[in-house]
Design a protein around this ligand. Sequence first.
Ligand code: SF4
Length: 237
Amino acid sequence: MKKLLLHSCCGPCSVVPFDRMTHEGFSVATAFVNSNIHPKEEYALRIGTWMDYAKTRGIPTFEGAYDPQLWEKTVGVHGGPYPLLEAAPGYRENLAQRQVRCAACYRLRFEELASLASQNGFAAISSTLTISPYQFTPLILAELERAAHAVGLQAVAHDFSEHYAETSRRSRELGMYRQNYCGCRYSQEEAQLERAERKAARKVARKAARKGGGDLPPSEHLALASLQSFLAEGTAC
Ligand code: SF4
């Protein structure tokens, strides 16, 4: 049976991908390799959530070297203006910057994953990150391939996104801690901003529903229009 090391980004996102990979005939262990998570208390919470579940299922799990300083040096430098709350008017423009930042973040974590896999006799690597609709899946798959090939391993580049609803439901049923931002300090602020904007847009939508929507000022029409996109986008892991 081929041994596969699965990168676990967090507990809720890992439940279904672990089962899928096992179902596909791999002997699966997981690796919690996430120096992106800020602050360290949040890191402890997320790894504890996955470790507790892994223990109950007998899932072998490696913990990577938690090194936020390395993340800052290799990824944080691509982050653009910070804090975002002070630069809030431009934070949507910062989304283009976000792709650069996230690609670097995937690269850092997958290189560590591939190195762990290669040192411990695994034949293949994969990642749970693609289950989230809030991530850049093509970038994840490209970086996974890159990291695997660099050490002569197979990349099992699965897009798990069709299982997002199922993994969310199961993690809720399991009572797992469910975070509301991806992990880094930037994503924490982006999530706060987006929640604030969704709240404002919902307020406008309620007002519009009461008035029939016809006499709203242009700024409120704009907020109303953004409601749907925010509801579709959200921000989580
Ligand atoms: S948003 Fe997530 S993937 Fe992107 S840099 Fe931050 S922690 Fe990494």
